[in-house]
Write a protein that binds this ligand. Sequence first.
Ligand code: ZN
Length: 334
Amino acid sequence: MSVYTRIVIREWDKMHKQRKWDFNSLLMPLRNSEFFPPGKEEISGRWIMKEDAQLRDVMEGVNLRTLEDLKKEEGRIFTGIDIWRYNQLKQFVEKLTKPLRTRKEWNEFEKYLEDRGDGKHSTAKAYKALTDLDRKFKLKYIEKWEKDLGVEWEEHTQRKIYRMVHENISMREVEMNFKCLTRWYVTPVIEHKMREEKQPWCWRGCGGLGTMYHIWWECPKIHIYWAKVINQITIITGMEIGLDPEICLFHNSILSGNKYKELGILCYLNAAKNLIPKFWRKVEAPSEEDWMNRVDQIARLEKLYYIQEDRMVTYHMKWEKWEEYKVKVKKGTE
Ligand SMILES: [Zn+2]
Protein backbone atom coordinates (compact mmCIF):
# COMPACT_ATOMS: atom_id res chain seq x y z
CA MET A 1 0.00 0.00 0.00
CA SER A 2 1.44 3.34 -0.97
CA VAL A 3 2.08 5.92 1.71
CA TYR A 4 -0.45 8.26 0.04
CA THR A 5 -3.20 5.67 0.10
CA ARG A 6 -2.47 5.19 3.77
CA ILE A 7 -2.84 8.94 4.35
CA VAL A 8 -6.24 8.93 2.66
CA ILE A 9 -7.40 6.04 4.81
CA ARG A 10 -6.14 7.76 7.95
CA GLU A 11 -8.05 10.94 7.00
CA TRP A 12 -11.18 8.91 6.42
CA ASP A 13 -10.85 7.35 9.87
CA LYS A 14 -10.11 10.68 11.53
CA MET A 15 -13.09 12.44 10.00
CA HIS A 16 -15.35 9.58 10.90
CA LYS A 17 -14.35 9.87 14.54
CA GLN A 18 -14.11 13.65 14.80
CA ARG A 19 -17.40 14.35 13.05
CA LYS A 20 -19.06 11.41 14.76
CA TRP A 21 -20.63 10.29 11.50
CA ASP A 22 -23.55 8.15 12.53
CA PHE A 23 -23.10 5.72 9.71
CA ASN A 24 -20.78 2.95 8.71
CA SER A 25 -20.20 2.14 5.13
CA LEU A 26 -19.51 -1.16 3.42
CA LEU A 27 -16.58 0.67 1.86
CA MET A 28 -14.79 1.01 5.17
CA PRO A 29 -11.13 0.14 4.56
CA LEU A 30 -9.95 -2.88 6.50
CA ARG A 31 -6.20 -2.70 6.26
CA ASN A 32 -4.28 -0.14 8.30
CA SER A 33 -7.57 1.20 9.46
CA GLU A 34 -7.89 2.82 12.84
CA PHE A 35 -11.47 1.64 13.04
CA PHE A 36 -10.11 -1.52 14.51
CA PRO A 37 -9.24 -1.45 18.17
CA PRO A 38 -5.50 -1.13 18.88
CA GLY A 39 -3.61 -4.34 18.22
CA LYS A 40 -6.33 -5.83 16.07
CA GLU A 41 -5.77 -3.91 12.86
CA GLU A 42 -2.61 -5.76 11.88
CA ILE A 43 -4.16 -9.13 12.58
CA SER A 44 -7.11 -8.48 10.31
CA GLY A 45 -4.84 -6.78 7.82
CA ARG A 46 -2.49 -9.70 7.41
CA TRP A 47 -5.31 -12.16 7.09
CA ILE A 48 -7.05 -10.33 4.30
CA MET A 49 -4.75 -10.68 1.35
CA LYS A 50 -5.99 -7.83 -0.82
CA GLU A 51 -4.12 -4.54 -0.29
CA ASP A 52 -7.19 -2.32 -0.50
CA ALA A 53 -9.64 -4.70 1.17
CA GLN A 54 -12.88 -3.14 2.25
CA LEU A 55 -15.64 -4.26 4.54
CA ARG A 56 -17.78 -5.31 1.57
CA ASP A 57 -15.12 -7.89 0.60
CA VAL A 58 -15.96 -9.92 3.68
CA MET A 59 -19.68 -9.20 3.77
CA GLU A 60 -22.71 -10.77 2.18
CA GLY A 61 -25.35 -8.08 2.27
CA VAL A 62 -25.10 -6.77 5.81
CA ASN A 63 -23.81 -10.03 7.31
CA LEU A 64 -20.29 -11.35 7.58
CA ARG A 65 -19.57 -14.10 5.06
CA THR A 66 -19.16 -17.56 6.54
CA LEU A 67 -15.78 -19.04 7.29
CA GLU A 68 -16.44 -21.76 4.70
CA ASP A 69 -17.14 -19.17 2.05
CA LEU A 70 -13.94 -17.24 2.78
CA LYS A 71 -11.91 -20.44 2.86
CA LYS A 72 -13.12 -21.28 -0.62
CA GLU A 73 -12.09 -17.87 -1.93
CA GLU A 74 -8.65 -18.01 -0.36
CA GLY A 75 -8.21 -21.53 -1.74
CA ARG A 76 -6.25 -22.85 1.20
CA ILE A 77 -6.74 -24.73 4.44
CA PHE A 78 -7.45 -22.47 7.39
CA THR A 79 -5.51 -23.05 10.58
CA GLY A 80 -6.41 -22.22 14.17
CA ILE A 81 -5.02 -18.72 13.87
CA ASP A 82 -7.24 -18.03 10.82
CA ILE A 83 -10.28 -19.06 12.82
CA TRP A 84 -9.20 -16.81 15.67
CA ARG A 85 -8.82 -13.88 13.26
CA TYR A 86 -12.21 -14.63 11.75
CA ASN A 87 -13.75 -14.42 15.22
CA GLN A 88 -12.12 -11.04 15.77
CA LEU A 89 -13.59 -9.77 12.53
CA LYS A 90 -16.95 -11.17 13.56
CA GLN A 91 -16.81 -9.29 16.84
CA PHE A 92 -15.91 -6.10 15.02
CA VAL A 93 -18.78 -6.44 12.52
CA GLU A 94 -21.25 -7.11 15.33
CA LYS A 95 -20.28 -3.86 17.03
CA LEU A 96 -20.70 -1.68 13.93
CA THR A 97 -23.50 0.85 13.89
CA LYS A 98 -26.33 -0.56 11.86
CA PRO A 99 -27.63 -0.23 9.24
CA LEU A 100 -24.59 -0.10 7.03
CA ARG A 101 -24.92 2.43 4.28
CA THR A 102 -25.57 1.02 0.86
CA ARG A 103 -24.75 2.30 -2.59
CA LYS A 104 -27.82 4.51 -2.89
CA GLU A 105 -26.68 6.67 0.02
CA TRP A 106 -23.02 6.91 -0.92
CA ASN A 107 -21.35 10.26 -1.24
CA GLU A 108 -18.73 11.25 -3.79
CA PHE A 109 -15.87 9.82 -1.78
CA GLU A 110 -17.57 6.51 -1.28
CA LYS A 111 -18.45 6.29 -4.96
CA TYR A 112 -14.83 6.97 -5.74
CA LEU A 113 -13.72 4.18 -3.45
CA GLU A 114 -16.16 1.83 -5.13
CA ASP A 115 -14.68 2.45 -8.59
CA ARG A 116 -11.20 2.48 -7.06
CA GLY A 117 -10.30 5.10 -9.65
CA ASP A 118 -8.85 4.75 -13.13
CA GLY A 119 -5.36 4.67 -11.71
CA LYS A 120 -4.39 8.20 -12.76
CA HIS A 121 -3.73 10.57 -9.85
CA SER A 122 -6.04 8.30 -7.93
CA THR A 123 -4.79 9.22 -4.46
CA ALA A 124 -5.06 12.94 -5.16
CA LYS A 125 -8.60 12.49 -6.49
CA ALA A 126 -9.59 10.42 -3.47
CA TYR A 127 -8.14 13.01 -1.14
CA LYS A 128 -9.99 15.82 -2.88
CA ALA A 129 -13.28 13.92 -2.77
CA LEU A 130 -12.71 13.37 0.91
CA THR A 131 -11.86 16.97 1.79
CA ASP A 132 -14.82 18.23 -0.28
CA LEU A 133 -17.00 15.95 1.76
CA ASP A 134 -15.47 17.14 5.01
CA ARG A 135 -16.34 20.76 4.15
CA LYS A 136 -20.01 19.86 4.04
CA PHE A 137 -19.89 18.76 7.68
CA LYS A 138 -20.06 21.43 10.30
CA LEU A 139 -18.92 20.92 13.84
CA LYS A 140 -21.76 20.73 16.35
CA TYR A 141 -20.64 23.78 18.35
CA ILE A 142 -20.43 25.87 15.18
CA GLU A 143 -23.98 24.82 14.28
CA LYS A 144 -25.18 25.76 17.76
CA TRP A 145 -23.60 29.22 17.67
CA GLU A 146 -25.05 29.78 14.19
CA LYS A 147 -28.49 28.93 15.51
CA ASP A 148 -28.06 31.26 18.51
CA LEU A 149 -26.85 34.14 16.37
CA GLY A 150 -29.27 33.48 13.51
CA VAL A 151 -26.45 33.37 10.96
CA GLU A 152 -24.81 30.88 8.67
CA TRP A 153 -21.05 30.98 8.51
CA GLU A 154 -19.49 30.27 5.14
CA GLU A 155 -16.32 28.26 5.08
CA HIS A 156 -14.09 31.37 4.80
CA THR A 157 -15.86 32.96 7.79
CA GLN A 158 -15.30 29.84 9.84
CA ARG A 159 -11.63 29.91 8.91
CA LYS A 160 -11.41 33.58 9.88
CA ILE A 161 -13.02 32.89 13.27
CA TYR A 162 -10.58 30.07 13.97
CA ARG A 163 -7.68 32.29 13.00
CA MET A 164 -8.83 35.17 15.21
CA VAL A 165 -9.41 32.83 18.15
CA HIS A 166 -5.75 31.85 17.98
CA GLU A 167 -4.38 35.37 17.36
CA ASN A 168 -2.89 36.13 20.70
CA ILE A 169 0.42 36.43 22.50
CA SER A 170 -1.06 35.00 25.68
CA MET A 171 -1.88 31.29 25.60
CA ARG A 172 -4.35 31.83 28.39
CA GLU A 173 -6.41 34.14 26.17
CA VAL A 174 -6.26 31.63 23.31
CA GLU A 175 -7.46 28.88 25.58
CA MET A 176 -10.36 30.93 26.92
CA ASN A 177 -11.36 32.02 23.42
CA PHE A 178 -11.37 28.44 22.31
CA LYS A 179 -13.41 27.28 25.29
CA CYS A 180 -16.05 29.89 24.48
CA LEU A 181 -16.17 28.87 20.81
CA THR A 182 -16.47 25.18 21.65
CA ARG A 183 -19.11 25.87 24.33
CA TRP A 184 -17.00 24.17 26.96
CA TYR A 185 -18.57 25.98 29.92
CA VAL A 186 -21.42 24.50 31.96
CA THR A 187 -24.49 26.73 31.97
CA PRO A 188 -27.54 26.42 34.27
CA VAL A 189 -29.50 24.75 31.45
CA ILE A 190 -26.79 22.10 31.00
CA GLU A 191 -26.55 21.64 34.76
CA HIS A 192 -30.30 21.16 34.95
CA LYS A 193 -30.09 18.48 32.26
CA MET A 194 -27.45 16.66 34.26
CA ARG A 195 -29.17 16.96 37.63
CA GLU A 196 -32.84 17.75 37.82
CA GLU A 197 -32.68 19.46 41.23
CA LYS A 198 -30.47 22.18 39.71
CA GLN A 199 -32.34 25.25 38.51
CA PRO A 200 -32.06 26.15 34.81
CA TRP A 201 -32.39 29.91 35.43
CA CYS A 202 -29.73 32.56 34.93
CA TRP A 203 -27.71 33.03 38.13
CA ARG A 204 -27.69 36.80 37.65
CA GLY A 205 -31.30 36.83 38.80
CA CYS A 206 -32.80 38.32 35.63
CA GLY A 207 -35.38 35.53 35.41
CA GLY A 208 -34.15 34.35 32.01
CA LEU A 209 -33.28 30.81 31.02
CA GLY A 210 -29.55 30.23 31.55
CA THR A 211 -28.60 29.12 28.05
CA MET A 212 -25.11 29.53 26.62
CA TYR A 213 -26.22 32.51 24.50
CA HIS A 214 -28.00 34.12 27.42
CA ILE A 215 -24.97 33.93 29.73
CA TRP A 216 -22.56 35.31 27.11
CA TRP A 217 -24.77 37.83 25.43
CA GLU A 218 -28.52 38.07 25.94
CA CYS A 219 -28.73 38.51 29.72
CA PRO A 220 -29.71 42.15 30.42
CA LYS A 221 -26.88 42.50 32.96
CA ILE A 222 -24.23 41.24 30.57
CA HIS A 223 -25.72 43.28 27.75
CA ILE A 224 -25.23 46.48 29.72
CA TYR A 225 -21.62 45.43 30.36
CA TRP A 226 -21.02 44.84 26.64
CA ALA A 227 -22.59 48.17 25.74
CA LYS A 228 -20.27 49.99 28.16
CA VAL A 229 -17.19 48.19 26.85
CA ILE A 230 -18.07 48.89 23.22
CA ASN A 231 -18.62 52.53 24.10
CA GLN A 232 -15.17 52.75 25.72
CA ILE A 233 -13.53 51.03 22.73
CA THR A 234 -15.11 53.62 20.45
CA ILE A 235 -13.74 56.42 22.64
CA ILE A 236 -10.25 54.88 22.64
CA THR A 237 -9.93 53.89 18.99
CA GLY A 238 -12.36 56.30 17.34
CA MET A 239 -13.88 53.31 15.52
CA GLU A 240 -17.57 52.41 15.63
CA ILE A 241 -17.45 48.65 15.94
CA GLY A 242 -21.09 48.04 16.79
CA LEU A 243 -22.79 46.11 19.56
CA ASP A 244 -22.87 42.83 17.70
CA PRO A 245 -22.33 39.35 19.22
CA GLU A 246 -20.60 38.10 16.09
CA ILE A 247 -17.93 40.76 16.53
CA CYS A 248 -17.74 40.79 20.32
CA LEU A 249 -17.59 37.03 20.78
CA PHE A 250 -16.02 35.84 17.52
CA HIS A 251 -14.25 38.84 15.98
CA ASN A 252 -16.22 38.49 12.75
CA SER A 253 -15.82 42.16 11.88
CA ILE A 254 -15.80 43.91 8.51
CA LEU A 255 -12.49 45.53 9.46
CA SER A 256 -9.43 43.82 8.02
CA GLY A 257 -7.68 41.43 10.40
CA ASN A 258 -4.55 43.61 10.52
CA LYS A 259 -6.40 46.86 11.20
CA TYR A 260 -8.39 45.13 13.89
CA LYS A 261 -5.22 43.94 15.61
CA GLU A 262 -3.24 47.19 15.16
CA LEU A 263 -6.00 49.18 16.82
CA GLY A 264 -5.97 46.76 19.73
CA ILE A 265 -9.67 45.91 19.25
CA LEU A 266 -8.83 42.24 19.39
CA CYS A 267 -7.26 42.65 22.84
CA TYR A 268 -10.02 44.92 24.18
CA LEU A 269 -12.75 42.50 23.15
CA ASN A 270 -10.87 39.45 24.37
CA ALA A 271 -10.40 41.13 27.74
CA ALA A 272 -14.14 41.81 27.92
CA LYS A 273 -15.15 38.35 26.79
CA ASN A 274 -12.74 36.43 28.96
CA LEU A 275 -13.94 38.19 32.08
CA ILE A 276 -17.31 36.48 31.69
CA PRO A 277 -16.01 33.05 32.80
CA LYS A 278 -14.16 34.83 35.61
CA PHE A 279 -17.59 35.93 36.86
CA TRP A 280 -19.18 32.52 36.30
CA ARG A 281 -22.03 31.83 38.74
CA LYS A 282 -21.76 35.35 40.16
CA VAL A 283 -24.83 37.57 40.50
CA GLU A 284 -23.00 40.63 39.24
CA ALA A 285 -21.61 41.02 35.75
CA PRO A 286 -18.03 42.35 35.41
CA SER A 287 -17.65 46.12 35.72
CA GLU A 288 -15.86 48.64 33.50
CA GLU A 289 -13.11 48.77 36.10
CA ASP A 290 -12.62 44.99 35.95
CA TRP A 291 -12.36 45.31 32.21
CA MET A 292 -9.76 48.08 32.41
CA ASN A 293 -7.65 46.03 34.81
CA ARG A 294 -7.83 43.06 32.51
CA VAL A 295 -6.79 45.11 29.47
CA ASP A 296 -3.92 46.50 31.51
CA GLN A 297 -2.75 42.99 32.36
CA ILE A 298 -2.73 42.12 28.67
CA ALA A 299 -0.83 45.34 27.86
CA ARG A 300 1.80 44.54 30.48
CA LEU A 301 2.26 41.06 29.14
CA GLU A 302 2.57 42.37 25.58
CA LYS A 303 5.15 44.91 26.73
CA LEU A 304 7.35 42.13 28.12
CA TYR A 305 6.96 40.24 24.88
CA TYR A 306 7.83 43.22 22.66
CA ILE A 307 10.84 44.15 24.83
CA GLN A 308 12.16 40.64 24.41
CA GLU A 309 11.51 40.77 20.67
CA ASP A 310 13.09 44.22 20.47
CA ARG A 311 9.95 45.60 18.81
CA MET A 312 8.94 48.41 21.13
CA VAL A 313 7.86 50.58 18.19
CA THR A 314 5.10 48.08 17.43
CA TYR A 315 4.12 48.04 21.09
CA HIS A 316 3.82 51.82 21.28
CA MET A 317 1.82 52.02 18.05
CA LYS A 318 -0.65 49.52 19.39
CA TRP A 319 -0.97 50.68 23.01
CA GLU A 320 -0.38 54.45 22.73
CA LYS A 321 -4.10 55.23 22.65
CA TRP A 322 -4.72 52.97 25.60
CA GLU A 323 -2.05 54.73 27.65
CA GLU A 324 -3.58 58.13 26.80
CA TYR A 325 -7.01 56.86 27.72
CA LYS A 326 -5.80 55.56 31.06
CA VAL A 327 -4.32 58.97 31.93
CA LYS A 328 -7.63 60.65 31.01
CA VAL A 329 -9.66 58.24 33.14
CA LYS A 330 -7.29 58.75 36.06
CA LYS A 331 -7.61 62.53 35.81
CA GLY A 332 -11.40 62.23 35.62
CA THR A 333 -11.62 60.25 38.82
CA GLU A 334 -9.25 62.50 40.78
ZN1 ZN B 1 -29.60 36.70 32.91
